[in-house]
Ligand binder design. Structure first.
Ligand SMILES: C[S@@+](CC[C@H](N)C(=O)[O-])C[C@H]1O[C@@H](n2cnc3c(N)ncnc32)[C@H](O)[C@@H]1O
Length: 305
């Protein structure tokens, strides 16, 4: 199991030995669908096989790969792409530098713990992630088949916007995912899906915290999560006890969750004198909310004073 073998003739012959497979074609099509915004970080860039797609769309592209030989092939084709010889485990970019980070055919080479580190780096530098993974029962044959649960843990907190199977073999299912942070519409759609609107429930929660505050029908936004309403009330009570009414409007609090919500941080933001926002940025394991297919770890309550 060594993903660092793509040098010399392996690099030179990389495309020609693979590009006639169905898997390759499916990946190209899925990338054309899934990569919609630039700037793009492609890691590992490899031979720059998605370069035409990026070029047609006018995306600014940065490519990272440990192999100088793979980068050389890509640079010869796409001299306008910025390239960097380095590892996915330590990307030399700031948080949110990219709109999209794409990672195909690498995570399968990594152990589950390494895969989590790699995904954490992608999440750090980009809002949307497009990645392939092979999942099924955890095995190591040629390379790694991950358990789906390990993948879910790595992408916890992200919304699976789209997914596409690119190959099924005896080793597992190769699949490409498009992931991004969940939005209010994602959450609401989920509640509607279950024939339930959280509107009054969340109004009640908001009013319980600030009894004198009435959420504005025009501006309030409420979302819920897989946390049941009773738990949300407890969380908000707890956050209220941490709330510093004298702090400046733009203050931003980051604190640990109380023990009963032990898996992640809570962000309490005050968005200005006319607006308050609470974001519970859950880092819990991905749960399915009453069997629903989506993952909604964010609670957002916003209202006007
Ligand atoms: C199977 S190729 C995939 C290339 C391309 N993304 C594709 O889909 O065809 C694996 C690539 O990962 C690169 N690689 C291996 N370990 C890496 C790491 N830790 N960080 C970045 N790239 C790595 C290799 O040099 C190679 O170019």
């Amino acid at each position: 199991m060594n993903p660092d073998k793509y040098h010399g003739t392996i690099a030179e012959r990389y495309d020609v030995e693979r590009c006639h497979s169905l898997r390759w074609a499916r990946e190209q099509l899925a990338v054309a669908d899934f990569v919609r915004d630039g700037p793009v970080l492609d890691v590992p860039l490899g031979t720059g096989r998605y370069g035409e797609i990026y070029r047609e769309r006018g995306f600014a592209v940065t490519g990272v790969d440990v192999s100088a030989d793979m980068l050389a092939v890509a640079s010869a084709r796409y001299p306008e792409f910025a390239t960097f010889q380095g590892s996915i485990f330590a990307l030399p970019y700031h948080d949110s530098d990219f709109a999209t980070a794409i990672c195909t055919r690498l995570l399968d080479w990594l152990r589950p713990s390494e895969m989590q580190v790699a995904v954490a780096e992608l999440r750090r530098v980009a809002r949307t992630i497009v990645a392939t993974i092979r999942h099924g029962h955890e095995t190591i044959r040629v390379n790694q088949t991950h358990q789906l649960s390990a993948w879910y843990t790595a992408i916890d907190g992200l919304y699976i916007e789209d997914r596409r199977v690119t190959e099924i073999t005896q080793d597992g299912v190769e699949e490409m995912f498009r992931l991004r942070p969940p939005t209010w519409d994602d959450v609401l759609a989920q509640f509607q899906h279950h024939g339930h609107t959280p509107y009054f429930e969340m109004q009640r929660i908001a009013c319980e915290w600030f009894g004198h505050v009435q959420p504005s029908p025009e501006t309030h936004r409420v979302t819920s999560t897989y946390w049941p309403a009773a738990d949300l009330v407890k969380v908000i009570d707890w956050m209220a006890s941490k709330h510093d009414a004298t702090a400046e409007p733009e203050d931003h609090y980051r604190t640990d969750l109380p023990p009963r919500f032990e898996d992640g941080p809570v962000t309490l933001m005050r968005g200005g004198p006319q607006r308050r926002t609470i974001v519970l940025d859950g880092r819990r394991r991905i749960n399915r909310w009453r069997g629903s297919p989506g993952l909604y770890p964010v609670l957002l309550i916003e209202w006007q004073r």
